[in-house]
Design a protein around this ligand. Structure first.
Ligand SMILES: NC(=O)CC[C@H](N)C(=O)O
Length: 313
């Protein structure tokens, strides 16, 4: 992004954020993880980072929030780096479900009983079990260190209140994990695997952290700000494809039509997206629509994509 482009985006962004923010009153913050119900319902922030380090930002872009499902993109990548494609795709599929992210419907309905993809909860729990490490502590610290490297932020850490809140109430994820254990898909102790999963979902970030992580994906695995090659290009390609087909849950088709960029959302209201070859983008807006995506965040990205002709299609 040349400074001229940054200036242009920056001059328009605050107005668009305020327009999109009004959508928040039509959404709801996630409450099934009790701690998330404390999130500010009308917050909306965005941070757009270019390959030359220039940025544009507006609204509540300094708000910190937990990654939730956005983390699944990067645990998938780490699992691919640890196990290779065959190792991962013998345990988890490549297809969208059309069901809710926490549904276990198809696990029993469709054989073999492996999760349809790594971005639904069942798939991400299997991915957590595939992270290398002798203990859940070692696996979790490998994940946290990887996220710190990708975000260029050494201070990234967990929100323990959200972690404890999810761990205490995750009956559905627990039942799913036991089902996967019975199917022979999950290795190891269920509680250990879930602990790794709850911890990476509870990593605290800001929009700027998400934008930097997205910038690495936008540049095929190399951080353009340091020149460091962090992810093999093939694994970035796989991750971006899943983001297009499954990244916005069962609203991924609509998002592909209205925005046309690889993206991943989380129930805390975060969205990570990118304009490949150009920008990394982090958005947060805790009020969610009926499909579980940030209602104001999606509206803002629709506006940006239309105004700047960002759709890949
Ligand atoms: N969609 C999400 O962000 C879900 C992640 C959340 N930790 C869960 O397992 O329910």
């Amino acid at each position: 992004m040349s400074p001229i482009e940054t200036d242009r985006i920056q001059s328009l962004l605050p107005h668009w954020v305020e327009t999109s923010r009004q959508r928040s009153s039509q959404g709801k913050v996630a409450a099934y993880i009790p701690e998330l119900s404390k999130s500010p319902i009308d917050a909306l922030g965005v941070y757009i980072l270019g390959a030359d380090g220039t940025s544009a930002s507006a609204g509540d872009y300094n708000l910190s929030f937990t990654m939730q499902s956005i983390s699944k993109v990067f645990t998938l990548i780490l699992a691919l780096m640890d196990n290779g494609e065959e190792g991962v795709f013998s345990k988890v599929g490549m297809e969208p479900t059309g069901d809710n992210f926490n549904s276990m419907l198809k696990l029993e309905l469709v054989q073999p009983g492996i999760p349809f993809n790594p971005l639904i909860n069942a798939g991400a729990i299997v991915i957590s079990s595939l992270i290398s490490g002798h203990s859940n502590d070692e696996k979790s610290s490998r994940i946290l260190n990887f996220f710190r490297e990708l975000s260029g932020n050494d201070t990234l850490t967990y929100n323990f209140d959200v972690y404890r809140s999810e761990s205490a109430t995750a009956h559905l994820n627990r039942s799913m994990a036991y089902f996967l254990l019975d199917n022979g898909v999950l290795q190891g102790e269920v509680e250990d695997v879930l602990d790794v999963y709850f911890r990476h979902c509870a990593i605290n970030v800001t929009c700027a952290d998400l934008a930097r992580m997205a910038l690495v994906l936008a540049h095929d695995g190399t951080d353009p700000l340091t020149g460091a090659a962090l992810i093999p290009r093939r694994y970035v390609q796989i991750a971006k494809t899943f983001m297009i087909t499954c990244g916005m849950y069962n609203a991924s088709g609509e998002f592909a039509i209205q925005v046309g960029l690889p993206a991943k959302s989380g129930v805390s209201g975060g969205i990570l997206t990118m304009v490949p070859g150009r920008y990394g983008i982090g958005v947060v807006g805790p009020a969610l629509n009926r499909k579980g995506n940030s209602i104001a965040g999606v509206h803002l990205l629709e506006t940006l994509s239309r105004e700047f002709d960002w759709s890949l299609f």
